[in-house]
Design a protein around this ligand. Structure first.
Ligand code: IMP
Length: 188
């Protein structure tokens, strides 16, 4: 049982559900070091604009970009899936990018790729704006659930088909501030 202030105000049931890390803070930070070294090598001399997909990627984005050692600009897309996104992949853009991405090297930074429909939609939308290049970095890849064939250039961890929370990821906008990833076993 991991004791941390994050767990103190949770109900006994929620405490049990999220108290066991599936990926620990140490494992996450170690992987981020490896990913950022690779990204830093690949983007040397490029016009890097890192785009974080809100809300889920905020924590991964912050840790990753501070570890990347090439100059960059940052921007954010705030999106959510429509209820019918499972079939259509259509998403709602709450806040669009502020930057013009034409001619820039875009690194899309996402929390988790599940069906891949969200990322596919965003990728196609951004490609229409004619960036010089567009690559995708996903913290987690839930490969068994994939429906859209979207290529991932950098992946933190491949995970099984489980609903996970923590490190930015939520259930009903809760558990985002857990500093690790836990499997959320409640009946959804
Ligand atoms: P998609 O199915 O790849 O379109 O996933 C879209 C979004 O669903 C992700 O960006 C996450 O915000 C959310 N999501 C998918 N799986 C999980 C999960 O296991 N925990 C929390 N959020 C998830």
């Amino acid at each position: 049982m991991v004791e941390s202030f994050h767990l103190k105000s949770l109900s006994e049931e929620d405490k049990l559900i999220v108290s066991k890390p599936f990926l620990s803070t140490e494992q996450i930070q170690q992987r981020i070091k490896e990913l950022s070294a690779e990204i830093s090598r690949d983007y040397e001399g490029k016009k890097l604009l890192s785009v974080g997909i809100l809300r889920g990627a905020f924590m991964f984005f912050a840790d990753l970009v501070r570890s990347i050692q090439v100059p960059m600009e940052v921007d954010f897309l705030n999106v959510s899936s429509y209820v019918k996104a499972e079939t259509s992949g259509e998403i709602k853009i709450h806040t669009d990018l502020r930057e013009n991405i034409r001619g820039k090297d875009i690194l899309l930074i996402e929390d988790i790729v599940d069906t891949g429909l969200t990322l596919n939609y965003i990728k196609n939308m951004l490609l229409e704006r004619q960036p010089a290049s567009l690559r995708i970095c996903a913290f987690l890849d839930k490969k068994p659930r994939r429906k859209a064939d979207v290529a991932l250039d950098y992946v933190g961890f491949e995970i099984p088909d489980e609903y996970i929370v923590g490190y930015g990821l939520d259930y009903d906008n809760k558990f985002r501030n857990l500093p690790y990833i836990a499997i959320f076993k409640k009946s959804l």
